[in-house]
Structures are given as C-alpha cells and as structure tokens.
Write a protein that binds this ligand. Structure first.
Ligand code: PRT
Ligand code: ZN
Length: 286
C-alpha cells in the first residue's frame, strides 16, 4: 500500500472551519461534516482525523496522527514533544490573567499570594516561575471566568480574544501570559516518505498564505504617468502594461501587498490612475 499521511484536526470548535478551509484551498478534496470521524482525501495521499483539540498533541506526538492543526496554547500546555512546522495565522488569541475590575493591579508583583483559576496550569506555572511570583494555581476545566465571582479564586488565567467575556464577568485583563495562534505540528519521527508528502502540503500552504496577503490590481494609466505608476507596483516580477484602444492610455496589471494597499492606492490616484480594480488572488507560486 502506498504511503499516506494522517492529519488530525478539531472535530467541531473554533479551529474546525479554518482548518478545513486551509486543506481545501490546498486543492485537497475530502468530505467533512455530520458524524464523520475520519475521511480519506480523493486526490491526495491524506487521511483526515476529526478529534477534540485537547487530544491532537498526544495523537501527533505518539504518531497515531502524523500531523495536526491545533492552537499553540493547547500544544504547549500538553507538554508533548511536537515539531512545530508552520504557524497558520488563524485562531489568534492570548492567554491572559484577569483580575476583578476594582482590583488595583500595578505590576506582576500584585499577583503574589493570589489563588488563580485556570485550565492552563502548566503554562501558568511556567509564567509564575519565570517571574518569581508566589501564587497558587486552582485548576478547573471550564467556565473559568466565573471563578472570582463565586469566591473560588482571586484571579483567572484564560483565553482572551475580544476581551468581552472578561468584561461581562466583572474582570479586567492584567497580564498577557502567552500569545497563540493555530499551528501545523508534526510527529518528530516522520518517515522520509511521509515527509515528502508533508513538504508537498507545505508548498501548497505557502502558495495559499502568500495569496492571502496579496491582491491583484488592474488600472488604467495615462502613458505619461506610466513610469511613476509602475514604480509603485513592482509586482511578482514586474507589472504587465498593455495599450488601451484609446490613444495615450495603457492598462497596468500587477499585485500589491494587502498591508500596503491603501497607501499605494492614494499615490496611484495622485499619479493619474483611473478605473482601479482590486481582485483577490487564490494562489501564488513564486
Ligand atoms: O471540543 P474541543 O475540546 O475540541 O474544543 P474546545 O471547546 O476546547 O476549544 P474551542 O473550540 O473553544 O477553541 C479552540 C482553540 O481556539 C483554542 O484552544 C484557542 O487556541 C483558540 N481560540 C481563539 C479561542 C478563542 N479564540 C476564544 N476566544 N479559544 C477559546 N476562546 C474562549 C475563551 O475560553 C473565553 O471563554 O472565548 C472566550 C473569550 O473570548 P472573548 O472574545 O470574549 O475575549
Ligand atoms: Zn478542548
């Protein structure tokens, strides 16, 4: 039987949709949804396993799955030996310490003597140790935010994204302990054949990630402004310039970085560009 690679992703939760989207954008077709627990891709040597996120680091470390998509927070908390292959840029969040709104928090020293409730005892104890804070850790598995309100703890250490859960529980963010995003992790002992398949996947992921940061731009430019306009649009290699039917005008095609787009747009308009179209790109292979 020819080699396949097994990828573990979260069955249902905050990571699921983006994980599935990423694999599909890599051109890998498989069925998901319903009660599916595993699914073989139709056009790539990959099997997808659908698991609870907490189980993914263990499965990957033990080689039950070869690779997995999981939050860094969970990967680090489980203390499994994993190879971090690639940050994936989604499910960004932070693990933070929250204290009651009225508490006068001045510095990390304010945490001394506190009882801190968390589902992340390992990451929290590393943080406390690193900063020489003497606090006690109260491990709970869910609804951490209510712990101070019911007298279970003085503070919490939990995942924060927008911060609204902290606020609605009468808490404020005092300290960021750990920043996290989804990562692609691999079993450190992958065979050469599996590594080849992983490398093909990484090549495709790079093309998708590059494209996400980039837009395709088309515009009309008066010929006298072409030099200025093309210098603003370096493109992958260089911009394409084609004559328009109307004398004295050209069509310019190029790519721009998403984060530079608004700044460049103003300069293009000032230089005389018209009819500017900006289009998403699906993949970029350099
Ligand atoms: O069932 P399973 O065990 O697979 O899933 P789960 O319920 O344990 O995890 P899930 O799906 O909630 O989260 C999966 C991963 O998403 C986490 O491990 C993080 O890496 C990442 N992530 C990103 C988040 C959040 N954002 C997030 N906001 N995980 C949890 N939250 C929760 C947080 O616990 C808190 O209750 O959302 C609340 C805070 O959100 P804000 O926006 O109010 O600050
Ligand atoms: Zn979980």
């Amino acid at each position: 039987m020819s080699t396949i690679i097994r990828l573990a992703i979260q069955k249902s939760g905050r990571l699921s949709e983006d994980s599935i989207k990423l694999i599909k954008e890599c051109g890998i077709e498989f069925s998901s949804g319903g009660g599916t627990l595993k699914s073989m891709a139709h056009n790539f040597p990959l099997e997808v396993l659908f698991l609870r996120d907490d189980d993914i680091p263990g499965y990957v470390a033990d080689g039950v799955a070869d690779i997995g998509i999981v939050g860094q927070n969970v990967a680090v908390e489980t203390r499994k030996t994993l190879e971090v292959v690639r940050p994936l840029g989604f499910s960004k969040c932070r693990l933070s310490i929250g204290v009651p709104k009225g508490f006068e928090y001045t510095s990390k020293e304010s945490l001394n003597g506190m009882r801190i409730a968390t589902s992340y005892p390992n990451i929290l104890s590393d943080f406390l140790f690193e900063h020489n804070i003497k606090a006690s850790i109260h491990e709970i598995s869910g609804s951490v935010e209510i712990a101070p309100g019911i007298g279970l703890a003085d503070a919490i250490c939990d995942i924060v994204s927008s911060g609204s859960t902290l606020i609605s529980n009468g808490l404020k963010e005092a300290e960021v302990v750990f920043r996290s995003e989804a990562i692609l992790a691999a079993c450190p002992q992958l065979s050469a054949e599996k590594r080849t398949i992983l490398n093909e996947m990484l090549f495709r992921i790079s093309a998708v990630q590059q494209a996400e940061k980039t837009k395709y731009i088309l515009l009309n430019a008066p010929n006298h402004a072409l030099k200025t306009i093309t210098s603003l649009l370096p493109g992958v290699k260089s911009p394409t310039v084609m004559p328009l039917m109307e004398e004295g005008w050209s069509s310019v095609h190029s790519v721009v970085k998403e984060n530079e787009f608004w700044e460049i747009l103003g300069k293009l308009k000032d230089a005389g560009a018209e009819g500017i179209l900006v289009i998403p790109i699906e993949k970029i292979v350099k």
